[in-house]
Design a protein around this ligand. Structure first.
Ligand SMILES: [Zn+2]
Length: 678
């Protein structure tokens, strides 16, 4: 190649200003070729396999490819355009082919296996042992140890599963798009806020129709269930929503559910696991289906009385208001919203003046300084992909360079919705040099105007703290191997650093650092914070039981031998027993549109939402006991959790920090699910 490609030169900082879109494809092709050559060299090494010449060499291979990929895919999320999206379509299959070629590389596997079999004699550090075990498992969990016939069967199962998951998702989407509730009479949208009414009217117009159009898309469905006064219409919409993929037509997903769980079970058995859940949980902090079931049951036992109490309160409220005798599923959001308004009357607009973006950023930096001794220095000499991106150098207590931090806060045409943390370079240690990471937070907070600064809702404040927590996990990483660094941990552990940071947003001592009115400088009144706290746990019992019911359903499908199951709805009804609060609706079925577990990656993993909450509540309780800025506790958290990445089993790391396994009590208390004794 004659024209210099900045992505193919060695670089430390991402060279954004020099990169043109036409650089990406050739950079990917070259970097993949180079990475392949590195792998070949490992496989063809005439020396006997050792940890260094195989595992270590493998972990440090493909570094240029990692850098190019991270720049490219981060831009595809934060600053994309049609050209970038087109390149993504082209390179994604190349990357997955490359990944498959590694995982199916027999020569490479034999070298890894040979080291793995000697692991007890090799005097490896805990981190090295983890690297070896994870790498070996990656091969074995993909069938590397199977005989040829079983390998063939495994590939066939994988191909079928990929197709079924796709069909499942397509059916859910088609069912969602197919349904329309067109309302001709304005009385039928009574109760909806003006903005929602307008949106429904515009939606109708956009389809050449008159009146108000409601669909099963969340932005249309949710407000209608929350505000629409017409109970019969709420019922109609709720049943339509709950019966996606359950109409015995060409879009029905019942057969697909049964086929997916049967294939997953067969796959797990082939690989030597009793069930799919055993297979999945082997690489999770929760470890086994038994532990997950115990966890779900323990929480259910504690949450159920609160849920029943809340249900009765809500039913009484509905009775008083509208003479409703039996509260149904389609009444829940509607009366909950009314009750919440009555109890709290909390308004975002009241809170926003106390949360000017710059103040909140300084606040989160200050919290990081008080806890972990970090200082953030804004710098202007770092190459960036957009003017709005802010760049910081992060230093430790002894003025040592810790990390680079990119912060990109406002929505733009080329940015996807939501908020996330990502990295442009992960931390690692090579030849005695600790190479520090480049971390990024991307959000979509309201932009400042010429007259008003960017003011955050409280929800946005906790989002900022949350993503910054993931950021700290990346910034403070201190490991040897890049694949174990930072946020590369089991996924029921990855939300601990982020969720724990949210806790500081509710604490007076922390709020005093930054929650000052942007005009008057007045500190946020504590009554407001108390109200936020109370409203955050409003109907927490019901919400918990609902979350648990999904976890139970997930485990019912994946934690047992499913070959005898014939009737999806009947099986689901049984799994929900014990979590039911509302009367049953025979017309609906959750499983046939449960995309999280049948299309996405959450199979045997739904429990992890609650698991992560238990972890962060239990960890923060330790701070509360010792003081939320206690140095010793913070040091332990940094030492045993934030810096360690995935170098050891997360339960071991957690116990070293906390002195014990996580217990559910702190969450119950925070969620208001324990009866306080007087
Ligand atoms: Zn998160």
């Amino acid at each position: 190649m004659s024209i210099a490609n900045p992505l193919l030169e060695p670089f430390d900082l991402a060279p954004f200003s020099k990169i043109k879109n036409e650089h990406f494809k050739p950079a990917f092709l070259q970097a993949i070729e180079d990475a392949r050559a590195e792998i070949d060299a490992i496989v063809e090494n005439p020396e006997a396999p050792t940890f260094e010449n195989t595992l270590e060499a493998l972990d440090f291979s493909g570094q240029q490819l990692d850098r190019v990929s991270s720049i490219f895919f981060n831009l595809n999320s934060a600053e994309t355009n049609e050209e970038i999206q087109k390149i993504a379509q082209e390179v994604s299959p190349l990357l997955s082919d490359f990944g498959n070629d590694i995982i199916l590389n027999e020569g490479l596997f034999q070298r890894v296996k040979s080291v793995y079999e000697q692991r007890n004699e090799l005097d490896l550090t805990p981190e090295q042992l983890t690297l070896l075990e994870k790498r070996y498992k990656k091969f074995s969990r993909n069938g590397a140890n199977l005989n040829e016939e079983d390998k063939k069967r495994l590939r066939k199962i994988d191909a079928e599963l990929a197709k079924l998951k796709l069909t499942f998702g397509e059916n859910v989407l088609a069912e969602t798009n197919k349904y329309e509730l067109l309302l001709a009479d304005e009385k039928d949208v009574e109760g909806l806020p003006e903005g929602e009414k307008e949106a429904a009217e515009q939606l109708a117009q956009s389809k050449g129709k008159k009146g108000w159009l409601i669909t099963l898309d969340y932005p249309s469905y949710i407000p209608f269930m929350k505000y629409a006064k017409n109970r019969a219409l709420r019922k109609e919409l709720s049943i339509a929503f709950g019966s996606k993929g359950f109409h015995n037509n060409e879009l029905d997903n019942q057969e697909n559910v049964l086929k997916i769980v049967a294939l997953r079970h067969e796959r797990a058995n082939l690989l030597g696991y009793p069930t799919h859940a055993h297979f999945v949980l082997e690489e999770r902090m929760a470890e086994t289906p038994e532990k997950v079931m115990d966890f779900l049951n323990e929480l259910l036992e504690k949450a159920k009385p609160a849920a029943e109490r809340e249900f009765n309160e809500l039913e009484d409220f509905a009775k008083q208001l509208d003479n409703i005798d039996q509260l149904e599923k389609w009444d829940s959001a509607y009366y909950s919203e009314k009750l919440k308004q009555k109890l709290f009357n909390l308004d975002d607009e009241k809170l926003k003046p106390y949360f000017k973006l710059e103040n909140v950023i300084n606040g989160v930096f200050k919290v990081a300084e008080m806890l972990f001794g970090l200082t953030f220095k804004e710098v202007s000499n770092i190459d960036k992909y957009h003017d709005e991106v802010k760049t910081f150098e992060v230093y430790g207590a002894s003025n040592n360079f810790i990390s680079l931090f990119y912060a990109d806060f406002h929505p733009r045409a080329g940015k996807r919705g939501g908020a996330w943390m990502t990295s442009y370079k992960s931390q690692f240690t090579l030849n005695g040099t600790n190479s520090r990471p480049h971390i990024s937070n991307v959000c979509n907070f309201t932009k400042p105007t010429s007259t008003k600064p960017s003011l955050l809702t409280f929800n946005e404040v906790t989002t900022l703290f949350h993503e910054f927590g993931h950021g700290l996990h990346g910034m403070l990483a201190n490991t040897t191997y890049p694949s174990l660094s930072g946020t590369s941990v089991y996924w029921d552990f990855v939300e601990l650093p982020s969720q724990i940071m949210e806790n500081w947003c509710y604490e007076k001592e922390a709020l005093e650092l930054f929650a000052h009115h942007y005009e008057t400088g007045e500190l946020i009144p504590m009554e407001l914070i108390e109200k936020i706290k109370e409203s955050a746990t409003f109907q927490e019992g019901m919400a918990t039981v609902r979350q648990l019911s999904f976890g139970f359903l997930d485990m019912a499908w994946h934690g047992t031998d499913p070959t005898g199951i014939k009737d999806v709805k009947a099986y689901e009804t049984k799994a929900f027993e014990g979590t039911d609060l509302f009367p049953k609706t025979p017309e609906t079925c959750m499983s046939t549109s449960f995309s999280h577990i049948f299309q996405g990656g959450y199979s045997s993993g739904y429990y992890s939402y609650k698991w992560a909450e238990v972890l962060d509540a239990d960890a923060f309780a330790y701070f509360k006991e010792q003081g939320i800025f206690n140095k010793e506790v913070a040091d332990k958290f940094k030492e045993h959790v934030l810096s360690k990445g995935g170098t050891e089993n997360p339960m071991e790391l957690y116990k070293r920090f906390r002195g014990a396994e996580p217990k559910i009590e702190a969450l119950l208390e925070r969620a208001g699910l324990v009866e306080l004794k007087d």
